[in-house]
Design a protein around this ligand. Sequence first.
Ligand SMILES: CC(C)(COP(=O)(O)OP(=O)(O)OC[C@H]1O[C@@H](n2cnc3c(N)ncnc32)[C@H](O)[C@@H]1OP(=O)(O)O)[C@@H](O)C(=O)NCCC(=O)NCCS
Length: 193
Amino acid sequence: MPSSADAATTVSTTSTRDVRLVAPAAPLRDSYRRLVAGIVHGGEKLVPFVLGFVHAHFGALLARLADCARGIGLPDGFVAHSTYWLVEDHERVVGVSNIRHALTPSLLREGGHIGYGIRPSARGRGLGRETLRQSLRRAHDLGIGDVLVTCGQANVASAKAIVGNGGVLESEVFVPDRGEIVHRYWIRRGAGA
Ligand SMILES: CC(C)(COP(=O)(O)OP(=O)(O)OC[C@H]1O[C@@H](n2cnc3c(N)ncnc32)[C@H](O)[C@@H]1OP(=O)(O)O)[C@@H](O)C(=O)NCCC(=O)NCCS
């Protein structure tokens, strides 16, 4: 997993705030926990799925995420995946991104390379789009060329964030487990914002 030091390559100062995608780190513990609590409090599903990892022992969470990025200790059928946190003004975790290093048949169908989510209280001010923008750079750093990103048909904000980052709708599939139609977008290398 890249160190937080190289996060300086993916900084946005498009607003008055500094927003950057960084590797998970211990000093952000309390803010991360508030992000998770906000999603749980709102009764939402934890997206991306790594938000469901136990974080009572924070050091263990960080070690687990680092292992996932190296492909260590994964459940059957899982590929290595890297997690980054979108941090505002060096202290607030406002989003989470999870990048799958390769596509399994299941990810090719409905999960895609990148899953991401924004803290409910921080939504609607461009951070979803920014998370995806910076995640694309991370994906390319990980050697991923064209990037598949998917979202539920009703997820208008995510669809706009994907299209705003160069996503082109390839197809839609009905996913029985989710009971919804999922839209599949490809973002060709170099097409990102
Ligand atoms: C989807 C999600 C990441 C969007 O985050 P966000 O920070 O609100 O997104 P942004 O502010 O960057 O908005 C992205 C676009 O959606 C639009 N948008 C935001 N909220 C919207 C809403 N409720 N309805 C319609 N459009 C909306 C914005 O205007 C923007 O459009 P533009 O690019 O044309 O200006 C966020 O809602 C979320 O975390 N949802 C739960 C997890 C999830 O669904 N993740 C995506 C998995 S595919």
